[in-house]
Structures are given as structure tokens and as C-alpha cells.
Design a binder for this molecule. Structure first.
Ligand code: BGC
Length: 833
């Protein structure tokens, strides 16, 4: 029953004077896009095919202009998924499913009967599923909490599917989301028997057949060896279906590459644990994703960095140089096929690995060509600095480049590269002297060694450079960065200071909704800071697939409220009976009240954005979000999310970019640059750090070595800070080596603020009100502030009381409180201008 309290923390009434809510524009009808929406959809449409990855192809696609009759199959035809569930779901005004998109583009669908039958199967199975998951609970609240993110596995069925026409497309969807991990069972990671049978039969029976994956992450495709055309469409937000039609018709072409390895489930590493309730041991250390497959010499179906287009490319290394510590290579890429296309070139580094164990290779740079017509070429220059990819040596607490030969490889996938240079380092270089900060995971990381050998002839044919040791200067980290607290902040009362470091709470009766919607100034925004000393509150709204706000809302004297009640984001898992039981909590909206709309543009999910390997596309998406933040008066976007795809089973992987930290950091920086060029629009990178599973996410302890933390799980954050100065960071729910990340002064102050030189604010993930009833305690607001976190979210009376009590008990000093209060105060002041 304790969990029940969580809800009342968020919806308890508490009177306070509110600002006049911002008058949002989208007042007109629901169906008609406004200018900003049309403009944003058009922009995304220009790039979206770049996020799709062609895994297999023959010459059957694109279709010819006269091939307009088409058979459509699969769960993704009518229930096309634009993004995942949970706080990452974004409300766009319009969305066409795949069937509608083909029809509106002039295609005749030959399988309407099949699709109608499938709808019936789905409805029946879904009804059964809801009955089943709710039957264990006697009240809807417990059911919602425990079933958050629960999704039905694709059902088995037997519907006749006689061949009609020459062309068939099967769209296979899988949804996932916050609160629940994916499972290795049929209908989720594995294909159902029905899917295997149907897809193989259709592939044989039709003249032209394409399998399309409308999923946020990998599905085990191993039973589909004979399928010749496979496209990872991914989930592209509002343009998902139109993009598919454009690719099938040849108006566009795929040019994305995988940012996570797709292979049969048995191939994925089982060295570390996943999904344990309390403790998860990251025994694989740095061997995550391709670092594992390449080092353990595992053959995979579709490697990291792999993706085909409709055309073919040939690449040639033009020249390679070492200038100081910067290696650069010029590669020319020629379109040798018959269609237009774009190619991605990737640079990998193999380190000597003599004293420190090293992965076979790591990604150090990438770039994408411009669009190339047949026979046309483009030359890309790829460069990187060796010191940026030094290895962390825990024994000496330093980043080092050990002596030996470093091999640089260039190619269009991690498994299709050629050596383009060698760099010799004569004796060990210490790049940075730090301190170990992250505790002991309780085990030694695994070590792996690939047996692959580079041919001597090849090595002899590429340039070999010797690095001058003097080109890298050892940097010694200090940990005493300070922040100036203004007299204005010092003059505030202790109550005002405490209010600043706790998200605004209990301000309005029946305030908006629960999950990620605790703000009252902008309906459906996830949270806001308190109004102290006439400061404007800082409004925070979720992402990452766009700006998440309530689509319908009304305004009264207490603020802006969603019309769909406090449980809107959670009730999908309830039976009608349970829904009815909580309907009394829905807002009583007086007749005649004006209902306003806030529609935002759903952009591609994080993984899809990264799959474009196109920084410009990420910046353009950031720009769209930044524009909408200005329109709806939101200052902090709770995105980008850049946790690493450690296991394909993590339920929120779709929000994240990759199994590789370099591309994760670069895409984060690119999107941040797009958002933050807007006035008073800033990003919040999340979830810092090692938040790699959803199961028991508030209390789960990730045991990770200092080296793996630094080289894999923190690296993307470090890169993004360096490249784009994000304004805010959200800590994660989980613990790292026994300490909650938000209570870790080492993670927040020492590493983030000092080592990475982060200058912004640090907020917790949405914590308030969770019960302290598990193996690991929940984090407390006073500890978070002591660790130099700035604001405890979403905020509750209990958190506020906790701060004042800690002051009284000398568990928190006034200086510590002022430091965090000042950072929130200063940001609130900044956005006033
Ligand atoms: C999620 C965050 C999200 C926050 C606010 C949490 O449950 O983990 O990613 O930003 O809610 O909605």
C-alpha cells in the first residue's frame, strides 16, 4: 500500500499564488497542422530516410512507377509505431499509419481483408493481456505502478494470406518503453512462429518482397535467411510511414548505418549480468557491443556501422598524415551504382594492448558524404587526436597512451575496413593524471583478445608515423573548481533557498498528470522549479523524441491543466473496469471552458537519429525542438538521452543512441547545438550514468569498474560537454558501486564539474516519494545537495522538509545549500531576460 503514497505526493493540494499561464497559440482545430508543424514535418522529411538502414537487398526495390498495387502484411501496417512509450512519448497532431500513407500516395492495397482480420486478432489478444496483467491487483493504482511499460507480445494467429499481385511488404513492429525491459521470447526479441512462417512464405511466393522493421531495437532475424530485402525503418516520429513509402517508391534511399549490432540473440555477450533485481555486475568491463564481438571474434549477422543503400560505393584512401598528435586521412568515395546515395566513412583505432587489455578497435571518427549521383565522388577528411582516445589505467589513476604501434582503419562498417596508417609511440605517455573516484565493483573485468592478425604486406604498404612525445603534455587534474554565490542569493531566507533546490510541488489541486507531468505553468511539462523571490520558474519538459507536453489543456486560476486526468500516461495498461475506478480523479472541467492544444513534432527516436550518422540532421532536429520550446515557453528539455546500449534488452534503448560512446557523444552535441541556439532553450543530458536497465530501476545497483565507467558510460557525456556546453544534466535512478549517482559527490562534483568542466545545473531524475523498502535505500534530498546536485525532482513537501531538517541537524551546511540554490537562482534569472 505504501506505493499508493507516491501518487498523493504529486497530487496533494497546496495553495499558492500562480503566475498567469503562458497563452499558448495552438487554439485552432485538431486536424489542421499549424505553420510551425508543417514546416517541421517538411524539414524532417528531407532527412528521415538517412536514419533507415537497409540490411539486405537485391535489385527488386525501389519499385517502378507503374507498380502501384501492393500487398501489406504485419502488425506494423495499421499499428505503425512512431516512437516508444513512457516519458519519451510525444503528441503530434497528425500521424498516418503505413496503410494510410501508401493509400495517400496513390497505391492500391490488396490485403484489406487480411488487415481487418488481424485487427480482430489483435483486439482479442490485447483484451486478454490486460485482463491477465490486471488480475493480480485489487486496485488500479498498484496495477499501473507495477505494470508501467508492460506491453503485449505479438500474438500467434492463423489468418489466410493468399498471394495477391506481385509486391508484398511486411512491416514488423515492436514497442518498448520506460519501466519494463524487453524479453527474450517470441513476440518480443524473437519472432513468433506465425511471423517466421508468414515472412518466409511471402518472401518465396511474391515476385518482390520487403521485410520492414518498425522497431526501436534489434529483433533476432536468424530464422529469415531467405529474405532478400530487409529494411530497418526504425521509428521516425511523425514521418515514419511517409518515409517508408518514399523509400519503396524510390523517391528516397536508405543511407543509415547500425549504431548497435544486430545479430541472433545467442551471439550477444553473456559475460555480464542483466536484469537482476538489486545488483547487476558489469563483468564485461569495456567489452560492450562491437568491442565484444570484435575482440571475442564472434561472427555477427549485421555489424556495428553496417548499412546498404540502393547504390554501391567504392572508397579509396587518398592520403594519411600525422600532424602533432592529430591523425588525418583523406578518403574519396565514388558512387559506382545506378541510384543516388550517401555513404558513411568510419575511422577505427586499434591500440597495442600490451600492458592494458584493449578492444580490437574503437570508433574515433565518422563522416557522411553529400548526396552522390551515379559516377560522382566526394572526398572526406577524417581526423582525430590520439590523446582523446587514451585508455584509463586504474592502477595509476591516469589516462595513458602506452608504447607500441597504433593501427588506424577506415571503412564503411566496423567489419569492412582497410588499414590507412600506423602510429608508433616509443614510450608510454601519460595524458591526464586524475584520481580514482568510483569505488570497487567487487570483481575484475574480463579480458579478451582477438586472434585476428593484420597481413604484414598490408602493414608495409601504409604510411607509418612516429608520434613526438612532446606533442602531448601531461595534464594534472585539480578538484577545487568554485562557483560564486551572489549576495542576492545569500540574502534569501533558508526557506527560500530550500525551495530553490526542490522542484515545485503541491501547488495546485489535482495538478496535471503524474508521470513526467508535474508542472502547472505549462500543462503536461514534466516539472518546474519553485517560484521564489518573484523568480520565473524554470519549466522542464520531456523528450527525447520531440517536446512532450499535454496535447489538450485548459487554464484556470491555479494554472494550466491537462484535460485527460492525472493518469493519462499510465492508464493504457488498465482494463476498462480499472479505468472507471479512477475516473473520479479526472479534472471536472466546467462547461464552456476553452480547451487549448499543444502539439509538438515527434522527431525520430534517439537510435534512429544516431543511425543517420549525420550531425546536421541531429542539429536540425534540435533546432525544431528549440523552436517549439520557444513557442511553448519551456526552458529545459529533458533530453538528449545517451545511455549506452549495453544490452539489447534495455527497455529504453530506443531513446538512447548506440552501443558506442563516441557516436553517442557526437550526436548529443549536435542536437544540443540545435536546441541551445534558441533563446532560453537548453538541454538536459540524461541519465548520468550507467542507467542500463529498467527493471527495478529506482533501486538497482550497477557494479562497474572505474575504467568501464570512464571509457564507456561517462565518455559520451564528456564529449558532449566539450563540444556543445549543455546547460543541464539529469542524474540517473540507479546506484553505481553502492552509491546512488545523485548522492555521489565523486560523480557530480569531481568528475562532471571538475574533470569534465561542466558549468550547468544538475537535477535528479523524478524521485520524490518513492518508498524506502528495498535492499538499497532511496536517495534523500539533503544528500543530493551535499553531493553538489542542484535540484531534487519533481519535488515534494517531504524533500523540502528534509533540506531544512538537515540544515538544523548540521548534516548540510548553509554554504552547501547556497551553492545549489545559487545555480538554480542564476538560471532562473538568466531566462528572465
Ligand atoms: C524518467 C526521465 C524523465 C522523467 C520526467 C523519469 O521517470 O526516467 O527520463 O525525464 O521521468 O518525466
Amino acid at each position: 500500500m505504501k506505493l499508493f503514497n507516491i501518487f498523493f505526493v504529486a497530487i496533494v493540494c497546496f495553495s499558492s499564488v500562480l503566475t498567469v499561464p503562458v497563452n499558448h497559440p495552438a487554439k485552432n482545430g485538431k486536424k489542421q497542422n499549424e505553420d510551425y508543424e508543417t514546416k517541421h514535418i517538411n524539414i524532417i522529411n528531407k532527412y528521415s530516410a538517412e536514419s533507415t538502414v537497409l540490411l539486405r537487398r537485391n535489385k527488386d526495390f525501389p519499385l517502378k512507377a507503374n507498380e502501384k498495387k501492393i500487398s501489406l502484411f504485419g502488425n506494423g501496417i495499421r499499428k505503425t509505431i512512431k516512437g516508444g512509450t513512457g516519458s519519451g512519448d510525444v503528441y503530434s497532431r497528425t500521424f498516418e499509419n503505413v496503410e494510410e500513407a501508401f493509400i495517400s500516395n496513390g497505391y492500391k492495397i490488396l490485403t484489406k481483408d487480411f488487415l481487418d482480420e488481424y485487427d480482430k486478432v489483435y483486439e482479442e489478444a490485447h483484451h486478454k493481456f490486460l485482463e491477465e496483467i490486471n488480475s493480480k491487483y485489487d486496485n488500479p493504482i498498484m496495477s499501473m505502478l507495477e505494470n508501467m511499460g508492460a506491453k503485449m507480445d505479438e500474438p500467434e494467429y492463423n489468418i489466410p494470406y493468399a498471394k495477391k499481385g506481385d509486391v508484398a511488404i511486411y512491416v514488423l513492429s515492436r514497442i518498448s518503453g520506460e519501466g519494463t525491459d524487453r524479453a527474450v521470447k517470441k513476440g518480443d526479441v524473437l519472432l513468433t512462429d506465425t511471423e517466421v512462417k508468414m515472412i518466409n512464405t511471402l518472401a518465396k511466393g511474391y515476385k518482390k518482397f520487403m521485410l520492414v522493421l518498425n522497431t526501436g531495437g534489434p529483433v533476432d532475424l536468424s530464422p529469415l535467411k531467405s529474405v532478400k530485402n530487409i529494411l530497418v525503418l526504425s521509428q521516425l516520429g511523425v514521418v515514419t510511414s511517409q518515409t517508408l513509402v518514399d523509400i519503396v517508391s524510390g523517391k528516397k534511399y536508405p543511407s543509415g548505418k547500425l549504431t548497435t549490432t544486430w545479430t541472433k540473440y545467442e551471439d550477444y555477450s553473456k559475460i555480464g549480468d542483466f536484469g537482476d533485481k538489486d545488483d547487476t555486475y558489469y563483468k564485461e568491463g569495456i567489452y560492450v557491443g562491437y568491442r565484444y564481438f570484435d575482440s571475442a571474434d564472434v561472427d555477427v549477422m549485421f555489424p556495428f556501422g553496417f548499412g546498404l543503400g540502393y547504390t554501391d560505393f567504392k572508397y579509396t584512401v587518398e592520403s594519411a598524415k600525422l600532424k602533432g598528435e592529430e591523425f588525418r586521412v583523406d578518403v574519396s568515395v565514388k558512387n559506382t551504382g545506378k541510384f543516388n546515395g550517401k555513404e558513411v566513412m568510419q575511422l577505427y583505432l586499434s591500440k597495442p594492448g600490451k600492458t592494458l587489455d584493449e578492444p580490437y578497435q574503437i570508433l574515433v571518427q565518422f563522416d557522411k558524404t553529400k548526396e552522390l549521383a551515379p559516377k560522382k565522388s566526394d572526398t572526406l577528411r577524417l581526423k582525430f587526436k590520439l590523446s582523446d582516445f587514451a585508455s584509463y589505467d586504474t592502477a595509476t589513476a591516469s589516462y595513458i597512451l602506452e608504447a607500441g604501434t597504433y593501427i588506424v582503419r577506415v571503412g564503411n562498417s566496423s567489419r569492412n575496413t582497410t588499414i590507412c596508417g600506423q602510429i608508433v609511440i616509443k614510450s608510454k605517455i601519460v595524458v591526464k593524471k586524475l584520481q580514482n573516484k568510483l569505488g570497487n565493483p567487487g570483481f575484475k573485468d574480463v579480458t579478451l583478445h582477438s586472434k585476428k592478425k593484420d597481413s604484414k604486406a598490408k602493414l608495409a604498404s601504409v604510411p607509418k608515423f612516429t608520434l613526438k612525445a612532446s606533442s602531448i603534455h601531461t595534464f594534472t587534474q585539480s578538484y577545487n573548481k568554485t562557483y560564486t554565490v551572489s549576495d542576492e542569493v545569500k540574502a534569501l531566507t533558508k526557506e527560500q533557498k530550500a525551495s530553490l533546490v526542490v522542484g515545485a510541488f503541491g501547488v495546485t489541486e489535482g495538478s496535471s498528470s503524474i508521470v513526467g507531468a508535474a508542472a502547472y505553468t505549462v500543462a503536461g511539462a514534466a516539472g518546474q522549479s519553485a517560484m521564489v523571490a518573484d523568480l520565473r520558474p524554470i519549466i522542464m519538459a520531456d523528450g527525447p523524441a520531440g517536446l512532450r507536453l499535454a496535447k489538450d489543456y485548459y487554464i484556470d486560476e491555479t494554472g494550466a491543466h491537462t484535460t485527460d486526468g492525472p493518469f493519462a500516461a499510465l492508464i493504457d495498461v488498465l482494463t476498462d473496469e480499472f479505468k472507471e475506478m479512477i475516473s473520479f480523479m479526472n479534472p471536472q472541467i466546467p462547461e464552456g471552458t476553452t480547451i487549448y492544444h499543444q502539439y509538438a513534432t515527434a522527431i525520430p527516436i534517439g537510435t534512429a537519429l544516431a543511425q543517420s550518422w549525420n550531425r546536421e540532421f541531429a542539429t536540425v532536429c534540435g533546432d525544431i525542438v528549440g523552436t517549439e520550446m520557444e513557442i511553448f515557453k519551456v526552458q529545459l528539455w529533458l533530453a538528449p538521452a545517451l545511455n549506452i546500449h549495453r544490452s539489447i534488452l534495455c527497455g529504453r534503448n530506443f531513446e538512447y543512441y548506440s552501443e558506442d560512446p563516441f557516436i553517442s557523444g557526437i550526436i548529443t552535441a549536435a542536437i544540443t547545438n540545435g536546441v541551445q541556439k534558441h533563446k532560453n532553450a537548453f538541454v538536459t543530458m540524461k541519465h548520468y550514468a550507467a542507467n542500463n536497465q529498467e527493471y527495478n530501476r529506482y533501486y538497482s545497483n550497477s557494479h562497474v569498474s572505474e575504467r568501464a565507467m570512464r571509457e564507456i558510460y561517462l565518455k559520451g557525456f564528456e564529449i558532449a560537454i566539450k563540444e556543445s556546453k549543455p546547460k543541464a544534466v539529469m542524474t540517473s535512478y540507479n546506484l553505481v558501486n553502492g552509491v546512488h549517482t545523485n548522492e555521489s559527490k565523486e560523480l557530480t562534483n569531481d568528475i562532471l564539474r571538475n574533470e569534465f568542466d561542466f558549468d550547468g545545473i544538475v537535477m535528479t531524475d523524478w524521485m520524490s516519494g518513492f518508498p524506502d523498502n528495498q535492499k538499497y535505500a532511496i536517495p534523500y534530498a539533503n544528500n543530493v545537495i551535499k553531493a553538489t546536485g542542484d535540484i531534487y525532482m519533481p519535488g515534494s513537501q517531504g524533500d523540502y522538509d528534509n533540506i531544512l531538517k538537515a540544515l538544523e541537524d548540521n548534516k548540510l551546511s548553509m554554504e552547501e545549500l547556497e551553492l545549489s540554490a545559487a545555480r538554480i537562482y542564476d538560471l532562473a534569472k538568466e531566462i528572465e531576460n
